[in-house]
Write a protein that binds this ligand. Structure first.
Ligand SMILES: [Mg+2]
Ligand SMILES: [Zn+2]
Length: 185
């Protein structure tokens, strides 16, 4: 799962924890993933670090808030993986042409290595085309949600995409329900 625009409201750079607000269905969606026995993993680009817009401590606070809110609702995230790099902006070590900036596959490879995620059977749910490309780069499937940038990407950009999303959903909860239904034996 992507973070901004998918789990939480897309507000631009979350440069203060007060700007981070989950959608009302997010915890329910994560719990549904948990109950199905699937791994619930967040993969997010946070180039605001590389750009110097906010320090790593803010990112850590936001990630802790995410985990706490999910836990308070009875769910859990198996991992939150973050790319804090930018290939051209900022200073080292964050200015880096890394392998983890979505749609490059590094964060999902990490989930594969650390959690045993079966990427060929996994889905990436996100609000941007780059989330779909991430999925396809590792042989996973990609679901586009209409929250965040999703509705606009779908309307204005999707006609020029060479491959359509494997699933389009109103939001994360609907995406999860459809994915699990498709995967049911
Ligand atoms: Mg997003
Ligand atoms: Zn990176």
């Amino acid at each position: 799962m992507d973070r901004d625009g998918t789990l939480s409201h897309e507000v631009g750079y979350v440069n203060h924890p007060s700007r981070f607000r989950l959608y009302p269905w997010t915890v329910d969606a994560v719990r549904t993933v948990n109950r199905a026995g699937w791994l619930a993993v967040v993969v997010t680009n946070q180039a605001g670090i590389a750009r110097g817009y906010f320090p790593p401590s803010v990112l850590e606070e936001v990630q802790q808030s995410l985990k706490d809110q999910v836990a308070a609702g009875g769910g859990h995230l198996d991992a939150v993986y973050v790319c804090v790099h930018h290939p051209r902006l900022g200073k080292p070590p964050y200015r880096l042409d890394c392998d983890c900036r979505k749609p490059r596959p590094g964060l999902l490879r990490q989930a594969e290595a650390e959690l045993g995620a079966d990427l060929a059977r996994s889905w990436v749910v996100g609000d941007r085309h780059s989330d779909l490309l991430l999925a396809w780069n590792v042989g996973a499937r990609g679901a586009l949600v209409k929250t965040g940038y999703g509705r606009g990407e779908l309307q204005h950009l999707a006609p020029s995409w060479s491959r359509p999303p494997d699933l389009v959903a109103e939001n994360l909860l609907e995406a999860v329900e459809h994915i699990l239904a498709r995967a049911a034996p």
